[in-house]
Ligand binder design. Structure first.
Ligand SMILES: NC(=O)c1ccc[n+]([C@@H]2O[C@H](COP(=O)([O-])OP(=O)(O)OC[C@H]3O[C@@H](n4cnc5c(N)ncnc54)[C@H](O)[C@@H]3O)[C@@H](O)[C@H]2O)c1
Length: 421
């Protein structure tokens, strides 16, 4: 049994890691929580039977207790990871830090250094490395059936409703208060490309913009809130009422709880009237891109091209991996992998079995992996700071390229960041 302190009982802290503790009481137990929002803190206390003297409004008070569990789960928002991570490591906790580690490259590198200094593991929640789908892809690549990878095309379909929910109306809409889209959403993709190729990135260039979700694209007759008399609702795919109250999709329950913790139609309706998730998508304080492309050159001349785009039906990831002896086509939405062998001409398509936790079964697999890291004192590590810092630097370099219009040489970029620490 691994015990944990939970820093931030939000969507990830409570709904993902808290849920895992509920489902696997013999493996993982939350023994203390820090969460400023009373409703969330109370629910967490009740769910996990936490004693009142171990529940706090701020992580500093919780960590002032000293080390009271095996690990610390740092699940605060993007810009608030560094300090609780540093203090938890200092106290002797193994740490799980949500991605992105930080929007600041120096902080990412510093976190990796703290883990070394305090001799504790720092695992970053790069869930895809643990997913049944990408684990299967990695095994196929490592078996050399397609020979050496020459190029990967990788498409991240964000999903039109997901973009509207998280990146126009929601927590990650503005890079100044959270982080740029390429880091927030796609550091997973920069990470998975590095993992699958097994190569270090040498050069990065990127283009992208916020093109659609802007005031000038608003149709005639819109209102500040969808429920506030908007006349364009019936023709708008981003209508909040449709997304949160009328759609009966698998994701509805999860995102409804983000809009209003109770998740009932009444609570959600009320929240949409004047809350952030009821706002017109053409009238929000968003600045993150709705499409971005990244070109990457790795060691040995291996290349990859990545496209992230909001304007897709379902949220998914699709990969075309081209090797010297074969090709792999992978679709994470369908969980299918097709392998073509150039020599025999044979093509085999398989469907990967996934669990029913978030990110196509990856969230539970991540927890299994993280618990193993804690149990083995870091002997097992799939997404430790050493690999995750590098993925974050590539994502941040891509953002620098998008903003400056320049190609970034990764060796120079790494050197520049290291000199600033
Ligand atoms: N691994 C993934 O695939 C994945 C997916 C979604 C989000 N994330 C990341 O997870 C992190 C959390 O996201 P979320 O959706 O759970 O956000 P959230 O806003 O729902 O949760 C963050 C919680 O931290 C709490 N908090 C704020 N200040 C605090 C303090 N001083 N002490 C303790 N708690 C404090 C907030 O009240 C909130 O409840 C973000 O960095 C996000 O980018 C990762």
């Amino acid at each position: 049994m691994i015990t944990a302190i939970l820093i931030g009982a939000g969507q990830r802290g409570a709904f993902v890691y808290g849920e895992y503790a509920k489902k696997h009481p013999e493996e993982f137990k939350v023994v203390a929580v820090a969460e400023p929002l009373e409703e969330r803190r109370t629910e967490c206390i009740q769910t996990h039977g936490i004693s009142p003297d171990r529940a706090f409004t701020d992580w500093r008070d919780l960590l002032a207790l000293g080390k009271i569990a095996d690990c610390a789960m740092v699940c605060t928002q993007d810009r608030f990871h560094l300090e609780p991570v540093r203090e938890s490591l200092r106290q002797g906790y193994h740490v799980m830090c949500e991605k992105p580690m930080s929007p600041n490259p120096e902080e990412c590198v510093a976190m990796g250094e703290y883990a070394k200094q305090y001799k504790k593991t720092l695992t970053v929640c790069h869930v895809l490395r643990y997913s049944p789908f990408y684990s299967a892809l990695k095994n196929i690549i490592d078996s050399q059936v397609i020979g050496d990878i020459i190029n990967i095309q990788h498409l991240e379909c964000v999903g039109y409703w997901h973009q509207a929910h998280s990146f126009v109306r929601g927590n990650w809409r503005n890079s100044k208060s959270s982080s740029p889209m390429i880091l927030q959403k796609s550091c997973h993709d920069m990470d998975i490309l590095a993992w699958l190729t097994g190569k270090k990135c040498r050069k990065v260039s990127s283009f992208g913009a916020l093109t659609h979700f802007k005031k000038e694209n608003a149709p005639k007759g819109v209102a500040r809130y969808c429920m506030g008399g908007c006349k364009a609702r019936s023709q708008c795919p981003y209508d909040a009422v449709k997304i949160y109250l009328e759609q009966e999709e698998w994701y509805s329950e999860t995102i409804r709880k983000v809009v209003a913790l109770e998740g009932t139609n009444e609570a959600v309706s009320l929240a949409l009237k004047e809350g952030p998730y009821g706002r017109c998508v053409y009238d929000c304080d968003n600045d993150v891109v709705d499409h971005q492309v990244v070109n990457l050159e790795y060691e040995d001349g291996v290349t990859a091209s990545f496209t992230m785009c909001a304007f897709t039906g379902k949220g998914s990831r699709v990969m075309n991996i081209m090797g010297t002896r074969g090709q792999i086509l992978g679709d994470m939405e369908e969980n299918t992998i097709e392998v073509l062998d150039f020599l025999t001409g044979n093509s085999v398509k398989t469907t990967v079995k996934t669990g029913n936790s978030g990110h196509s079964g990856s969230d539970d697999k991540f927890m299994e992996g993280f618990l193993k890291t804690v149990q083995t004192d870091g002997a097992y590590s799939l997404s430790g700071a050493e690999v995750s810092v590098e993925s974050h630097l590539v994502a941040l370099a891509a953002e620098e390229s998008r903003v400056t219009g320049k190609t970034i040489e990764m060796d120079e970029y790494r050197k520049k960041i290291a000199e600033r620490i």
